[in-house]
Design a protein around this ligand. Sequence first.
Ligand SMILES: [Zn+2]
Length: 426
Amino acid sequence: MKLIVKGKFFTGKGILEGSVLIEDERIARIAREIREPADEVLDYNKKGHIVLPGLVDIHVHMRDFEQSYEEDFQTGTSAAAMGGFTVVADMPNTKPEVNKPTVLKKRERVAKNGALVDYGLYYGVPDREDDLVDEIRALAVGFKVFMQREFYTGKRLLTEKVLEFASRKKMLVVAHAENPRLFVETWMGATGTPEAEASAIKDMTGLALSRDFPLHITHISSAEGVSEFLRWKRRAKITADTCPHYLLLSEEDARLQGAIAKVYPPIKTKADAKVLLKKVKDGGIDAISSDHAPHSLEEKANFERAPAGFPGLETTLPLLLTMVNKGLLGIEDVVRACATNPSKILGLDLVGTIEKGKIGNLTVIDLHRLSRINPKSFMSKAKYSPFEGREVEGGPVATIIRGQPVMLDGEIVARKGWGKNVKTYG
Ligand SMILES: [Zn+2]
């Protein structure tokens, strides 16, 4: 497959006008003008259109297995393609959990069969030390530690084994950092406070510093959390992300939405959101993830029992581009936080920028397309959103993966099974 994409490209040297040729899945040429036969030519020399490096989401839940009714690899990665994401990294808290080599292998089979976009897999804290084996490295991009359930309670020793293993094998550890000893009762039940977040960040970064493994703190939600993280960032090899809902919603907004906006960590105050945005802008916070966490509407109906999380893959980019149009973020901030840095965090040298020799993953945006967030049109099985009804300006018009268009103008144009594990990138 030979694909030529024309238009304005976001490169390390700014926005350049020209053409990119993708051949055998890689960017073969970048030039002012490419005149040679190709299987397909996509011309984005249109007002407001920019070709970005393919976006990478380091925190999604594709569910599948016994929770296919909530989401599966086909619907979840279709949602990713519709949202402009070329790579998604899937969390291991599935049923059964991805924390045994046999389940990881099964996860790979299911993902490979269903995925339309490329994917990474995380491995959870195992139930026995024997399940920390070398073969994890061949399939997984890293480990996920859900600190409140694993580090602070029953699985402390096994979590420490994971950290030792990660340190030995130089594997990434992604932590959901909240200390349950500092939870308080709120409208959502016992939930994390800014202190709970800061305390867990302190505990985990301290370990990263002494044991030396690459640590990523996911979905930082509070000003206190981010300032604790930044205190350590100067000394250790640690990174962090936040999510659009922590940048754009407040506690009051969430309370009005009830179960739909129930999420862990809980959404904090407007003042927290302001600090998080500032830190995304100045690069203190490295990345933005969606924490795409689909559940069925029936599960969300009963407030007390409603599971935490909501879908985010189809809203993240339109919400961020709207912020760009309002002058709250620059397009370079979106590229850094959603493409370049997430690629680096996952250790993927061959994506994240548009350069000759890199993998041909591209996200084309129309910076001024007007729409309204409409969950009914989601590809995700979870057809609800705390952002429902919002007017947005800007969104993806094409998602290209290894030279293959997967989404064009809001239509899925590739087959399931096109997506592959990023561990095959080489
Ligand atoms: Zn999550």
